[in-house]
Write a protein that binds this ligand. Structure first.
Ligand SMILES: Cc1cc2nc3c(=O)[nH]c(=O)nc-3n(C[C@H](O)[C@H](O)[C@H](O)COP(=O)(O)O)c2cc1C
Length: 397
């Protein structure tokens, strides 16, 4: 086992959770002409969702994109496809990405409660603050400057949570004003959660602050161990400052692009081929557009602010997390992330259906063994009651 020290924020008793990106936009997860046996249509996604839940994945995360951009020519809307995927599965939770500025938080709260009832409590949302300026401007909506977007996001989540949990809810903010509103029915009453889960994505200092104040789950782009430790510290600092409105302490998820192959050489060769076949104009266009993210802030920190051309071939810096190698190497790497405080791994693949099934078959059992060892070596036990139900026989691609 590696020498990464176990952080005081690591939760060694709870099994890691696994999510995959719903490929609901065309072109897959890498901007490359390499073969990707990944569809973006509903039938492909329906089968993928069933494979994923049988393979031990607890969550799927859909993407919100409205306009053709940088390799993603076609897109299915995130909340619609998420709800349909819940109808096609039994245990999987689906997290739909939503933008403040596109949605009113009251409309979203109402939608989320209905989705919660339809799905037996399996719908969640990922509140993202946006980077694709043209989508907002061409819809005739306001495009706020970077840190201001997070002021609005914080208000958005406060209103969303208020309407999900309180009666006669009122709120007076800069962006939202709610007057004595009660949504009925309320979300389902499910033990272990206060309301449908609210995820949040972003890396910058402003994002960490807003997540620390309001989010149940903080998601980051792919990062090194040291890089993600910084993010965790930033979120926890904000959460400890006394202004946090969420009822549970924040939990942490990180993105990683998985290339699991029989040998390390094969995995590295696949990465090389993805990058060698990068669609250069699309990657460069994307790199220019995402300057609206972390790079545009005062401290210049945040998503994509120090990403190289190679990193950006995967939209969310997924190569940086280094989930690339043999199943054993990947499992060890995942445990390193657990040691620094990660609770959830968000994963992407070249060939989703095949590779999600292979991940469940070849990587997850190793992770579970290593997690149990890690807990024991640190004087505790992995709570196996919390492990998801799997059906590896049924998870054939
Ligand atoms: C896990 C994750 C998922 C995201 N999904 C989307 C998405 O579906 N649509 C979108 O426009 N932006 C998405 N974003 C990006 C955010 O909108 C935002 O541009 C980014 O987090 C800005 O980061 P910054 O605060 O570091 O500048 C996502 C970010 C993360 C971390």
């Amino acid at each position: 086992m590696s020498t990464t020290p176990v952080s005081t924020v690591a939760d060694l008793e709870t099994p890691l959770k696994f999510a995959y990106w719903v490929p609901n936009v065309s072109g897959g997860l890498v901007v490359s002409t390499i073969e990707q046996r990944t569809g973006w249509d509903f039938e492909y996604n329906k089968k993928l969702a069933r494979i994923a839940e049988d393979s031990g994945f607890e969550y799927a995360l859909s993407q919100t994109r409205y306009a053709a951009s940088y390799g993603a020519d076609k897109q299915h809307e995130a909340t619609a496809i998420s709800l349909a995927l819940l109808g096609a599965t039994e245990r999987l939770k689906v997290i739909a990405a939503v933008h403040p500025g596109m949605w009113h938080p009251g409309v979203l709260a109402k939608w989320l409660i209905t989705a919660d009832h339809i799905s037996g409590g399996r719908m969640a949302v990922n509140v993202v603050s946006g980077w694709l300026k043209d989508e907002f401007v061409n819809f005739g909506l306001d495009w706020l400057e970077h840190d201001e977007r997070y002021v609005r996001t914080e208000e958005f989540i406060s209103v969303l949570r208020g309407l999900l949990t309180e009666k006669d809810f009122s709120y007076a903010g800069k962006y939202y004003n709610i007057n004595d509103f009660t949504l009925s029915p309320a979300p389902l009453d499910i033990p272990g959660r206060a309301h449908p889960e609210i995820f949040f994505g972003g890396n910058s200092t402003a994002a960490q602050g807003a997540a620390g104040n309001t989010a149940d789950w903080y998601f980051s782009n792919g990062r090194s161990l040291e890089g993600f430790e910084e993010n965790i510290a930033g979120v926890l600092k904000a959460a400890a400052a006394g202004t946090r409105t969420a009822p549970v302490k924040p939990r942490f998820g990180i993105n990683g692009f998985v290339i699991a192959r029989e040998t390390e050489a094969e995995a590295t060769e696949t990465l090389r081929e993805i990058i060698a076949k990068a669609h250069r104009p699309a990657v460069e266009g994307f790199a220019a557009a995402v300057k609206e993210a972390g790079q545009s802030t005062k401290d210049g920190k945040g998503m994509w602010s120090d990403s190289t051309f190679e990193d950006m071939v995967q939209y969310n810096d997924g190569f940086r997390s280094k989930l690339i190698g043999t199943p054993e190497q990947i499992a060890e790497r995942i445990i390193d992330f657990k040691k620094i405080g990660v609770n959830l791994l968000l994963t992407g693949y070249l060939h989703f259906q095949e590779e999600v099934a292979a991940f469940g078959r070849d990587v997850l059992p190793l992770v579970r063994e290593l997690e149990a060892d890690l807990a024991r070596k640190n004087g505790t036990e992995l709570n196996t009651d919390l492990l998801p139900i799997t059906n590896l026989e049924g998870a054939r691609a």
